[in-house]
Design a protein around this ligand. Structure first.
Ligand SMILES: *[C@@H]1O[C@H](CO)[C@@H](O)[C@H](O)[C@H]1NC(C)=O
Ligand SMILES: *[C@@H]1O[C@H](CO)[C@@H](O)[C@H](O)[C@H]1NC(C)=O
Ligand SMILES: *[C@@H]1O[C@H](CO)[C@@H](O)[C@H](O)[C@H]1NC(C)=O
Ligand SMILES: *[C@@H]1O[C@H](CO)[C@@H](O)[C@H](O)[C@H]1NC(C)=O
Ligand SMILES: *[C@@H]1O[C@H](CO)[C@@H](O)[C@H](O)[C@H]1NC(C)=O
Ligand SMILES: *[C@@H]1O[C@H](CO)[C@@H](O)[C@H](O)[C@H]1NC(C)=O
Ligand SMILES: *[C@@H]1O[C@H](CO)[C@@H](O)[C@H](O)[C@H]1NC(C)=O
Ligand SMILES: *[C@@H]1O[C@H](CO)[C@@H](O)[C@H](O)[C@H]1NC(C)=O
Ligand SMILES: *[C@@H]1O[C@H](CO)[C@@H](O)[C@H](O)[C@H]1NC(C)=O
Ligand SMILES: *[C@@H]1O[C@H](CO)[C@@H](O)[C@H](O)[C@H]1NC(C)=O
Ligand SMILES: *[C@@H]1O[C@H](CO)[C@@H](O)[C@H](O)[C@H]1NC(C)=O
Length: 582
């Protein structure tokens, strides 16, 4: 009896120590099975790491107490995200959890239990058993069906703002940052688009050029682009953008950024990013940067300012532009237009506002152009360019403004005659907030909303629960053993009886060898879970049983899942717990 108990305790201890080992050793995994999860409190540990270590995925801080579930370059200094599940819905820094569910779905839950993102929302997945999730060396987060080898879902199909080498960019994908996006247009040309609350406009390839002059074609409708491993971004519209550091073995990314530019970067040895290509050579060519009535200037960094007589609408956000400190009257229909002599024009040199022309006239004098604007109530300014031929553009909305020393024209702004543009208050208003920092709103998640899961409870609670259940099992086993001993007096005969009673008694331990024989060397697989694989077995006497073979690397939630599976199996057949450590 003593031997039996000692053996039993030893088995339990070895199991517990193995479990402890698997919890303590946070060796990065690159494939996980159903039931795996990571809580935001355990974020120093990644959820997955790609086999060669290039990419990691897990929780990244994106604001005050705000976290996202992302994939990033392991070696990048500030963990630059290359893909994010919940970009617009950050989760709480306490109580949030990402799980790969038994239905083969990756799900991100906020502190209060709300699912903020699942792979099912993004693609067609779910409802399938035995799937695995892995992080590929290419940075692709993939849900696979191991039985067929097919990909059920992959992050490459749902890019956020970044394209990685070998990731296909198709007619169905787009890269987005704020109001800016990159996608294939209806005419098969890859373009950058500004899509703001009031207006939308295309700005790359430069709208002044026709697509052939820009080196593109609209005849190939395959609409596919990708960044290859040498550093060439190739598109079916004949775009061939080359990195300045062409070559293999460099870690690259192509990202659309908050300022509307599309840039290629290489990871350098110190974990920083070196820009190796950009779509816009002149950053002010991105539309909407300084908002309505704002002027963009590049010298040598991006700056925004307001037109004379205008004041910034929102000090924290240039995209909202500037509002006039004067009124040029009510231009809605029915109202009488104010008389022209009430206005004068203020010249803003070397400046243009792209688009929103309400009239265009060629071969006119400056005076004719000015009078045209005075006659139109909606005309807020005009642009006049002499270069040989007197070009006159009457402007309605003043959007996409930029100043450049090379620009040959000027803008003439219509203001009331009695308005003093150089008055100190007015002048300072126009000049304020010159640095055009892209003040991306800092995301904040209210720290008061904590979820059910208290800090760090996770794995230890599971461990204690598991050990507790093991203890109860042990007691039962010992009690049964004691009963045999006291009734039959002999250990071997008691065991022999136990053998015979397998079919009727509740618990019985088998040796590994016996289970191996019963299952025909673990041949017929019934199911698969985070903690192991279930096999069909036939015991001596013909009874059909399910045998669960515990995987050595019991994952954090494995035990919970294991017992859930036990309950399920118990309803249909006898359960035999196979223990791979024996
Ligand atoms: C959970 O929290 C989020 C963000 O704090 C909130 O939007 C959502 O309504 C909450 N859901 C529930 C069920 O309380
Ligand atoms: C994973 O990456 C390998 C190359 O590293 C590639 O051959 C394989 O197709 C990729 N799998 C998926 C699903 O992206
Ligand atoms: C990338 O594309 C360029 C241009 O087509 C080609 O010369 C180069 O061989 C390609 N690199 C790889 C790794 O395919
Ligand atoms: C269209 O583009 C694809 C991808 O770049 C290319 O494989 C194909 O040959 C092109 N088709 C034509 C007709 O040029
Ligand atoms: C790496 O890139 C960062 C940021 O661009 C730069 O500051 C740093 O000097 C670079 N380091 C090397 C070794 O090139
Ligand atoms: C990383 O973040 C720090 C602090 O925000 C910043 O000073 C540093 O420039 C960043 N490094 C890179 C490579 O972006
Ligand atoms: C960003 O905007 C907030 C308020 O809108 C302001 O407090 C903060 O100083 C701004 N940051 C920068 C870098 O301009
Ligand atoms: C402009 O005039 C129209 C019609 O007379 C009137 O309905 C509208 O309220 C006026 N708008 C302003 C800003 O005065
Ligand atoms: C200017 O162009 C508009 C149309 O854009 C036209 O209606 C108008 O007659 C032209 N005026 C002159 C003076 O050319
Ligand atoms: C406009 O304001 C400036 C500065 O106060 C002043 O010098 C100038 O005389 C004013 N002009 C008119 C027309 O009032
Ligand atoms: C410009 O706007 C700011 C607030 O955005 C305000 O404090 C300031 O007085 C305004 N200046 C003028 C001249 O109206």
């Amino acid at each position: 009896m003593a031997g039996l108990v000692t053996g039993c305790l030893a088995a339990q201890l070895s199991l517990v120590s193995l479990l402890l080992y698997s919890l303590a050793s946070t060796t990065a995994q690159h494939t996980l099975g159903a039931g795996s999860s990571l809580s935001v409190e355990d974020r120093p540990q990644p959820f997955l790491v790609s086999p060669d270590g290039t990419f990691s995925c897990g929780f990244l801080q994106v604001g005050d107490n705000a976290f996202s579930f992302s994939v990033w370059f392991t070696a990048s200094q500030n963990s630059t995200a290359v893909w994010t599940a919940n970009r617009d819905a950050p989760v709480n820094g306490r109580g949030s959890r990402v799980s790969f569910t038994r239905d083969g779905e990756l799900a991100l839950a906020d502190a209060n239990g709300t699912t903020v993102w699942t792979s099912r929302m993004a693609g067609i997945s779910g409802g399938r058993r035995g799937l695995t999730i892995s992080l590929n060396d290419t940075g692709n987060l993939v849900i696979t069906d191991p039985s067929t080898g097919s990909t059920v879902w992959q992050s490459f199909d749902w890019p956020t703002d970044t394209l990685l080498p070998s990731q296909p960019f198709t007619k169905d994908t787009k890269l987005v940052a704020g109001y800016y996006s990159l996608n294939f247009d209806n005419d098969n040309v890859l373009r950058l688009l500004y899509y703001g609350p009031d207006v939308a406009s295309l700005y790359w390839p430069l709208p002044d050029l026709n697509i052939y002059a820009a080196g593109r074609t609209n005849y190939n409708s395959s609409r596919i682009a990708f960044l290859n491993n040498t550093g060439v971004f190739l598109s079916s519209d004949q775009l061939q953008a080359q990195a300045t550091d062409l070559g293999l073995g460099i870690k690259r990314r192509l990202t659309i950024e908050q300022d509307g530019n599309l840039r290629m970067y290489s990871l350098n040895t110190s974990g920083g990013w070196t820009q190796t290509w950009s779509a816009l050579k002149q950053p002010c060519h991105a539309h909407g940067i300084c908002g309505r009535n704002g002027i963009c200037e590049y010298q040598p960094s991006l700056r925004c300012s307001c037109l004379p007589g205008h004041n910034m609408t929102d000090r924290g956000d240039w995209r909202k532009g500037c509002k006039p400190l004067f009124s040029i009257g009510n231009c809605s229909q029915g109202a009488a237009p104010p008389p022209p002599e009430q206005f004068m024009f203020v010249r803003v040199p070397q400046t243009d506002f792209y688009g929103f022309d309400i009239a265009y006239n060629k071969s006119v004098t400056f005076e004719q152009c000015r009078d045209l604007c005075l006659q139109m109530c909606q005309c807020s300014a005009f642009s006049y360019r002499l270069d040989g031929n007197g070009f006159c553009y009457s402007k309605g909305l003043l959007f996409n403004g930029y100043t450049s020393p090379n620009f040959p024209g000027s803008i003439y702004l219509k203001v009331p005659r009695d308005f003093n543009v150089s008055a100190p208050l007015v002048a300072t208003a126009s000049a304020t907030g010159l640095t055009c920092s892209h003040n991306v709103t800092v995301k904040t998640v209210n720290p008061d909303v904590y979820g059910k899961a208290p800090r760090n409870s996770g794995k230890w609670a599971y461990l204690f629960a598991f050990t507790g259940v093991l203890g109860v099992l042990d007691l039962l086993f010992i009690a049964t053993g004691w009963w045999f001993l006291s009734s039959k007096q002999s250990i071997p005969s008691a065991l022999e009886a136990g053998y015979r009673k397998v079919m009727t008694s509740q618990f019985r331990r088998f040796t590994y060898r016996e289970l191996k024989d019963a299952t025909g060397n673990f041949k017929e697989e019934l199911g698969r879970g985070g903690s192991g694989v279930v096999y069909r077995g036939v015991l001596e006497g013909g009874r059909v049983v399910a045998v669960k073979r515990l995987a050595v690397d019991v994952t954090v939630q494995g035990d919970e899942e294991f017992w859930a599976e036990m309950t399920l199996l118990n309803k249909t057949s006898t359960v035999v717990i196979g223990d791979a450590f024996n």
